[in-house]
Design a protein around this ligand. Sequence first.
Ligand SMILES: Cc1cc2nc3c(=O)[nH]c(=O)nc-3n(C[C@H](O)[C@H](O)[C@H](O)COP(=O)(O)OP(=O)(O)OC[C@H]3O[C@@H](n4cnc5c(N)ncnc54)[C@H](O)[C@@H]3O)c2cc1C
Length: 479
Amino acid sequence: MSETIQFLPPRQAVLSRRTAIIADLADLLPPDCLVHEPRELVPFETDAFVAYRRVPLAVVLPRTTAEVAAVMKYCHRYGVPVVPRGAGTSLSGGAIPQEDAVVLGLSKMSRILEVDYANRTATVQAGVTNLSISETVGADGFFYAPDPSSQLACTIGGNIGMNSGGAHCLKYGVTTNNLLGVKMVLVDGTVIELGGKHLDAAGYDLLGLVCGSEGQLGIVTEATVRLIAKPEGARPVLFGFDTSEEAGSCVADVIGSGIIPVAIEFMDKPAIEICEAFAHAGYPLDVGALLIVEVEGSEAEMDAMLKEIVEIAGRHGVKTVRESQSAMEAALIWKGRKSAFGATGRIADYICMDGTVPLGKLSYVLKKTSEITDSFGLRVANVFHAGDGNMHPLILFNANDPEDAAKAEAAGNEILKLCVDAGGCLTGEHGVGIEKRDLMRHQYSEADLAQQMAVRAAFDEGWILNPSKVFPLEGRPTT
Ligand SMILES: Cc1cc2nc3c(=O)[nH]c(=O)nc-3n(C[C@H](O)[C@H](O)[C@H](O)COP(=O)(O)OP(=O)(O)OC[C@H]3O[C@@H](n4cnc5c(N)ncnc54)[C@H](O)[C@@H]3O)c2cc1C
């Protein structure tokens, strides 16, 4: 694939000391916590934004906060870039390393440290997978709400890095709304704690700043997250429409009516076909767009909410309404939705865009998205968190054809600009990473960006933490 996104040029002073750096890191860590043989570094060369790859200088996999602190102290002293990494499922290239960087992987820090039902919290190490929290507390009637489709693999540290969301975040909020505290190692190895089990904290909201900071402000080693009691019942319902525009305007009216379902997910015709062929979820194939709306509560509460939603959908020409009749059917409906990216990968290479728009603009942006991909001669499948206005056009292309790949990137950029111009923003949940870095100027003024970079530099003056990401390369403060 052609590379249109630039990385920072590697620091020659670091590259020329590679052997010494590896020897020093070996002194700081147990032998099984350091990876430096070239072929063993290959699995760390990219993340789920696979178009770009760089083999890092070395990988460290510490087991404790003290080991993370020792590595950071060393790298800070010698100006060695560090790229934090959870499971490497970032779709914006957030965890892609650079040649002069040490990848700091949190995968060995995967213990649930405490479950505290009295305070409804769980305290976990950063490398714990998202799903394992809900699995641990599920039998006791609790769950952790943010549910990225990658939840089987992605880590809490990565979720904090990207402020991740998921299908069920419409009602419960995204990571930042469910994060109460972190233990974090600063760039020079200092360990700090932000927040805790309490609801609010005195002073500046640094926890809010850290959530979504894409590994640029420090390394999160532990997190305290909110646990939520499971509802009495939950029911996903399928609403089929002839057109994407009808489905989009229905979403805006449901939210505008004051009803907050747990989830409203959208699929257009290509997405329905792709997911149905993979999951056999029972999605209707004779519709142009599908909403999966999930309500929860007692039977009476769910019935009342659904009655209102069906009435609203009726005003938008709904063609099919189908309630799941069993737990197995409900699980299949969600399996289809949550495997959308994997199912798409079976038929073509794709890049997944992640723009957010005001709900009133959903129909307009969907229409324009098709026009953009048509103008590039590319196919698109839309599957996304409609209730949050968080769009995910999957642009299909052939990665072995550099021209096709360049067209896909160009179409993706146009779509993200469209989201911004419609009053939305460049990212809903996947972060800026390397993918959207050069579009930041479309969203922000020079003054806005300078202020954000000043905050970043207050944490990391030498810009060694995940340095190629988030901010355009030109116009950065010189270090
Ligand atoms: C099939 C698929 C489906 C997906 N579905 C969703 C979805 O529904 N919703 C959603 O929001 N995302 C989704 N994603 C994207 C991705 O899973 C999320 O961004 C996730 O939070 C990344 O977690 P990770 O552990 O893989 O982190 P990584 O990809 O390893 O890292 C992500 C970022 O966080 C930083 N980071 C990682 N760990 C730490 C740490 N301990 N301290 C500081 N910084 C850290 C990294 O430097 C990087 O910038 C999906 C991805 C895939 C492949």
